[in-house]
Design a protein around this ligand. Sequence first.
Ligand code: HEC
Length: 153
Amino acid sequence: MKPVNTRRLLSMIPVITILVPLALHAAEPEDIIKYRQNTMKAIGGHTAAAGAIVQGKVDYKNQLAGHVRALQALTADIPGLFPKDSDFGETKALDEVWSNRAEFEKRAKDAKAKVAAFAKAVQGGNQQAIAASFKDMGEGCKACHKDFRKKDD
Ligand code: HEC
């Protein structure tokens, strides 16, 4: 083996170590959009499943706490799902998500608080409080969708 090959190989190491972190950090906008839509779908799924239990349509009370935990985890940082540069393409997020960021973050915070209140009610076990806080949580979702999500066409 010629020594020059080894040298060339060694000279590439800094390039490789620089490229790897970049590749890990710079997620593609379309992947971020898909990720947040899937996360929102999951939030929607847990909300609908919890609702069926709360309204007594199904008898899976032992799973309610699990849905609540998932909702708390997935709604903990909704603005984080909408970084800059994820505002174009196959998204229903309106421009206001970025242009009216303070209000968007406020709605996210309100919704998070409503999820926390629902979680507390579920822990308390009072049926009326659970039903009321579930309804209120739904209003929290709507309050954001109303102004920050394109209507279904
Ligand atoms: C702070 C704003 C905000 C809050 C709070 C919020 N959402 Fe969303 N949601 C959005 C936006 C914006 C979109 C559109 C995302 C996109 O298309 O990129 C969305 C999309 C969705 C979707 C459609 C996902 C898809 O692409 O199929 C569902 C379902 C959903 N949200 C459920 C919920 C539920 C349930 C709650 C309440 C527990 C909630 N959201 C709370 C902003 C919010």
